[in-house]
Design a protein around this ligand. Structure first.
Ligand SMILES: C[S@@+](CC[C@H](N)C(=O)[O-])C[C@H]1O[C@@H](n2cnc3c(N)ncnc32)[C@H](O)[C@@H]1O
Length: 203
């Protein structure tokens, strides 16, 4: 997966994902935590002048590639950490922004991960997200997602096709500032529904 990831995502980055990342991440500021950074596809989209940027990635192969990309893009200024989003070693209220792109589909427990993201944000802090999710308003696609789920999960490193990530964010205490439902272009319908936007840490 780590070896193939950047090549496999190339067409998608080009058709829409790269632009979505840019539009989202130009809103990052202050102390930023990104979880499940993978190979570091977001790195080129962060604005200059962040106070700090902490990248986390539990998979050792992805982490190796992330280290190389970090060095190339940030000159070794920031170091990645090898940990999952469900158990973060940061104190409460450590960050202004948390970034999760195409991660909550793969974590073992979205509710635990989102609780952690909520905990480490400062009051008023923001979660910036792009996540592929369960099809809404299209029962045929949803049925297909559920049917393919067991195989897809095994082939794609625990990636879940039919998670209701929007509802999981609400349950974790986030309030949406912006929320868009969009579709990846050029991929099968069962993997194309996406939510993207900004959610604030509620009280
Ligand atoms: C589809 S990749 C997305 C990588 C990157 N965020 C991006 O936007 O290209 C999913 C990533 O989630 C990571 N992941 C899996 N389980 C995780 C967990 N429990 N906590 C954090 N990241 C996790 C995987 O190792 C993988 O790097």
């Amino acid at each position: 997966m780590a070896k193939l990831y950047d090549r496999a995502m190339g067409a998608l980055e080009h058709s829409c994902l790269g632009r979505w990342r840019s539009d989202l991440l130009c809103q990052a500021w202050g102390d930023v935590l990104e979880v499940g950074s993978g190979t570091g596809a977001n790195l080129i989209h962060y604005p200059d002048g962040l106070t700090s940027l902490v990248l986390t990635e539990p998979d050792p192969h992805m982490l190796g590639r992330l280290r190389i990309n970090l060095k190339a893009h940030q000159g070794g200024k920031f170091q990645p950490l090898g940990c999952g989003a469900e158990a973060l070693s940061f104190s409460d209220g450590s960050f202004d922004c948390v970034v999760a792109t195409l991660v909550l589909c793969s974590v073992s427990s979205p509710s635990e991960a989102l609780r952690e993201l909520h905990r480490v944000l400062r009051p008023g802090g923001r979660l910036l997200f792009i996540e592929h999710v369960a099809a809404q308003g299209c029962p045929r696609t949803l049925r297909m997602q559920r049917l393919l789920q067991p195989l897809w999960k095994r082939l794609c490193c625990n990636c879940h096709l039919a998670r209701d990530t929007q509802e999981a964010m609400v349950q974790a205490g986030f309030e949406f500032e912006t929320l868009e439902r969009v579709q990846f272009r050029g991929v099968p319908a069962f993997v194309s529904p996406v939510i993207k936007g900004v959610a604030q840490k509620g009280d």
